[in-house]
Design a protein around this ligand. Sequence first.
Ligand code: SF4
Ligand code: SF4
Length: 454
Amino acid sequence: MAHTIPSAPPSSPLALHGLSVEGVNQCVHCGLCLSYCPTFSELGTEMDSPRGRIFLIKSLAEGRIGLTDPTVEHLSLCLDCRACETACPSGVPYGQLIEAAKAEIERQRPGGLGRRAFRWLNFGLLLGHRRVLAAAAAGLRFYQASGLQSLVRRTGLTRLLPGTLSAWEALLPPMPSAAERAPLPALTPAEGPRRARVAMLTGCVQAVVFGAHNRATARILARNGCDVLAPVAQECCGALNAHGGDHARAIAMAKRTIETFEVTGADAVIVNTSGCGAHMKAFGTLLAGEPGWGERATRFARTVQDVAEFLAREPLRGPLHAVPMTVTYHDPCHVVHGQKIRRQPRELLAQIPELRVVDLPESDWCCGSAGIYNLTQPEMADRLLRRKVRNVEATGAQAVVTANPGCILQIQAGLRAQGRDLPVLHLVEILDRAYRPASASDEAGAAAPAARTR
Ligand code: SF4
Ligand code: SF4
């Protein structure tokens, strides 16, 4: 196959797909990031390390190499987990570089009709329109509740599904009922002395699959003195599009998100999904080249806060009930590396009476979920998932706590595959549990409450 080799005069700023990759020049090739890179750790090959990929990105931008199959493979194997960014002493903005490279891959190598149709279905239709996503969720709920899913799985019909659809099917979480998928009220009023007026990103997939997390988030924020707005006009923020190289749509979605939240005049925009939070905090960079949007996007990005980051600024307001169990915490990549939030979730957990938190080895090591990576790179995703599950098992914890829906689904699937029936909870679920007296229906089996008042 012939590939176009882009030519760039040596003096022009380095860019791919119009996105700056000047950051490659900050790399001093020290190799300090190598041992933090999951794919390098698994494969041991330089081109599957951050340093190797930076070399490939620089060479591509300078027009010294083209997008050959091996180059595409090395770049596509990158999880975009950004562990290398945390480790790098030179401040290489690796996340920006790999997103530019992935956008360039999509431009030059869009694939056949089937792949393009699949991407349009996901990135254009489902993520781009909340109503279509809601209709798809209702259809999936019927597929599961009617018994059709178990029939299809029992008879092995899923093997006949084209492309990655069978992998999608295997990862389908149980779809909640229509009542549970209902949107949040436009306003959840603050309880007690008022601390802030915040607006919540309720997400796209998050809203239809994990609406319970959104409701728990709103309740906790209200208990901590926040008026919680949930703008009805909000759509997907475009994080998955940007992550998957769908740059043009990611830009349009970012603009729409800014417009929707700006009019609320809220003190902060609260996000409970790690990829969305990290993405929205980078809107300034994403829209830097869009006339009239650069400064506006940077201003907006400063108001975005992860829910743990926001809550940990003050002690949690009580009373908090006991949750007598042992848990371990998995750091989602785009919380710990993308937003540098490590201490805050642990500080919040430490405030729950009788909750014991044990350290998870390699807690900030990617679980293999990484957006849609577990579908596009199932083999590597599976290797990383097995590693994560081994680490979880070593802790002896009764539940895993994390802060991202993708990680929850992935770790749950890995534990299930090992015959382990361990709950994987979002941080807000366990905080919400601490705000309620324990009941017989509590999944975590919390014992009689012992309230603590702050
Ligand atoms: S983003 Fe993650 S997988 Fe990609 S090079 Fe960096 S550490 Fe490795
Ligand atoms: S990315 Fe950073 S840590 Fe890795 S080789 Fe380059 S300078 Fe060193």
